[in-house]
Design a protein around this ligand. Structure first.
Ligand code: PGA
Length: 249
């Protein structure tokens, strides 16, 4: 049995005071959650504040990205150790917005995955096709390449979580149907099975992301290979985030 995981990606929203308020509201409803792992991913500047607010709860914190070098002259970048010491146990890697706006490649994703794992962080690696790719019928090729190249030669996936986020469903209000999502999740689990073996395939969590809301979460979670959610917009309100978490109970 895979324990569900609900992760909130706050993207470039919330200043530290707003993040503290949101974290406090979430703590009130999810601070003692036992049925799912709950992770929130605030912007870098709010990580310490949110960590202080969530201290003593079961909720954990993730960053939205990192840079693969340990330290050095890399103006503007943040290392795995820096986010870990600020209070993160998790990190999102390869989000489609980073791929689209910041030229993130699968090779970058792989380097970031390695850096995260060696620093003791748990990476959530994102994969997903654009609408154009789906329409052309190449979804499986795209997803397979992103997964294989992004996870590369990692021989142990025990720290890794995958998030399937169809680009056309992110922030658009257009969710993949439970059937569409399940099809890709099953495909991903099969690739893991072939490359990393049965126990990795059985234990790895594959999250769905893309316009997840309290209204659609139950039907999505009902599918065998959907183990939780990576939530954007609906994670910016404690109430909707909590209701999504409730739906996997
Ligand atoms: P959304 O974003 O829930 O706002 O569609 C999901 C994500 O980008 O992780």
């Amino acid at each position: 049995m895979r324990k569900p995981l609900i992760a909130g990606n706050w993207k470039m929203f919330t200043t530290p005071p707003k993040a503290a308020k949101l974290a406090d509201e979430m703590k009130a409803v999810l601070g003692g959650c036992r049925w799912a792992d709950i992770v929130v991913c605030p912007p870098y500047t709010s990580i310490s504040t949110v960590a202080a607010s969530l201290k003593g709860t079961v909720m954990e914190i993730g960053a939205q990205d990192l840079f693969w070098e340990k330290e050095g002259a890399y103006t503007g970048e943040i290392s795995a150790e820096m986010i870990r010491e600020a209070g993160c146990a998790w990190v999102i890697i390869g989000h489609s917005e980073r791929r689209a706006y910041f030229n993130e490649t699968d090779e970058n994703v792989y380097k970031k995955m390695r850096a995260a794992i060696s620093a003791g962080l748990k990476p959530i690696v994102c994969v997903g096709e654009t609408l154009d790719q789906r329409d052309k019928g190449v979804t499986e090729n795209i997803i397979e390449n992103q997964l294989i190249d992004g996870l590369g030669s990692l021989d142990n996936l025990s720290a890794v979580t995958i998030a399937y986020e169809p680009v056309w469903a992110i922030g658009t209000g257009r969710t993949a149907t439970p059937e569409q999502a399940q099809e890709v999740h099953k495909f991903l689990r099969n690739i893991i099975f072939k490359k990393w073996g049965g126990s990795s395939a059985e234990s790895i969590r594959i999250l769905y992301g893309g316009s997840v809301k309290p209204e659609n979460a139950i039907d999505l979670y009902d599918k065998d290979d959907i183990d939780g959610f990576l939530v954007g917009g609906a994670s910016l309100k404690a109430d909707s985030f909590a209701r999504i978490a409730e739906s996997v109970k």
